[in-house]
Ligand binder design. Structure first.
Ligand code: ADP
Ligand code: TRP
Length: 329
């Protein structure tokens, strides 16, 4: 059976981009694969969260994972920092990752632009830690959104380089994965390219109905098409992209026709979009609230996840150590 692994950083709440780009695939994959899903708390340290908030960030993602349908009976659900083997593999992979290739990563260049007063080495080697996450479980498939494609390429490069350098086949080359074949990019409602936490344009799984309606009604639109079958501006196309993700094909066809014959009313389109987002997220929101207060359940899930993940990780690390030439006296 093939192995699947993925994770999300423990910064803030999960938004529709996380859910439809990544998490919904995790949930579907649980029945067919040997699955590992984790909370990337080490990765979140690149932005220096306050120690008093750090654990709450991890708890938030754990609850939101479970509320969305991740099943601890089917998958190993764990916290990255609970598996120290990852950090050791990270050190080993850092020895074969080159400064030039890391500096060329699009996400690094973006961080340098956005947080120029905190360009730490953890940001530079972010893709190496991500490769360690994946390779320590010898994962074949990694469900992620489109923005992670380049990081997956880096994981493949490092796997290949390690295998070649040591004449081994210990690491399979991991592939990014989405059920609909192409990786997904969920747009923001502000006319920008991508929904994201740092973009401040997110609709969150934890949002209540009123908040969702308010956010959607505020989405950027224009005065409407004046010529039949005209090309959509980006902000309108984004709304349709979201509609395709959350609504039925009939609804999409209805509003597409209305756009094409210039009878569309953006207020109606947005109301429908908000209602259909709510259909997906409100049941999750309810479960988040229940799970959040069940400390015993959360403890058991994280403990079981840690055990499964450490078992798998230590088996890989044993082989890797032997290959590199470590020997005990
Ligand atoms: P954020 O971008 O909000 O900081 P992360 O970088 O932690 O979120 O992303 C976690 C997962 O969610 C990754 O697999 C990423 O590809 C996916 N993801 C995040 N935003 C989007 C989006 N707008 N569209 C598709 N997938 C996304
Ligand atoms: N870098 C990913 C993100 O920001 C999170 C992540 C860390 C991850 N390690 C991973 C995703 C391993 C998949 C596999 O979205």
């Amino acid at each position: 059976m093939e192995t699947v692994l993925s994770g999300i950083r423990s910064t803030g709440h999960l938004h529709l981009g996380n859910y439809f780009g990544a998490l919904r695939n995790y949930i579907k994959m649980q029945d067919e694969y040997n699955c590992f899903f984790f909370i990337a708390d080490l990765h979140s340290l690149t932005t220096h969260p306050h120690p008093a908030d750090f654990h709450a960030g991890v708890k938030t993602i754990l609850c939101e994972y479970l509320a969305s349908g991740l099943d601890p009976q089917k998958s190993a659900i764990f916290v990255q920092s609970d598996v120290p083997e990852v950090s050791e593999l990270y050190v080993l992979l850092n020895m074969i990752a080159y400064k030039g290739e890391l500096e060329r990563t699009a996400s690094f260049k973006e961080k340098v632009r956005k947080q120029e007063d905190n360009v730490n080495a953890g940001l530079l080697t972010y893709p190496v830690l991500m490769a360690a996450d994946i390779l320590i479980h010898r994962a074949h498939k990694v469900p992620v959104g489109k923005d992670q494609e380049q990081h997956l390429e880096m994981a493949r490069v490092l796997a290949r380089r390690f295998n070649n350098m040591y004449g081994t086949d210990v690491f399979p080359e991991p592939q990014a994965f989405n059920f609909g074949s192409d990786l997904v990019k969920v747009p923001g409602l502000d006319g920008s390219g991508k929904m994201g936490k740092s973009e401040g344009n997110g609709v969150y799984l934890i949002d209540d109905e009123k908040t969702i309606h308010k956010k959607v009604m505020k989405a950027v639109t224009d005065s409407g098409p004046t010529e039949p079958n005209s090309k959509m501006p980006d902000s309108i196309e984004n709304i349709f992209t979201l509609l395709k993700i959350v609504s039925t094909p009939d609804t999409v066809a209805h509003f597409t026709e209305a756009y094409n014959n210039c009878s569309i009313r953006y207020g109606d389109l947005k109301k429908q979009l908000a209602a259909d987002i709510c259909k997906h997220t409100l049941p999750i929101r309810e479960r988040i609230e229940e799970i959040y207060n069940d400390e015993a359940y959360l403890h058991n899930v994280a403990k079981r996840g840690r055990e499964l993940a450490r078992e798998s990780a230590s088996a890989t690390l044993r082989e890797v150590r032997a290959v590199v030439g470590f020997k005990s006296f």
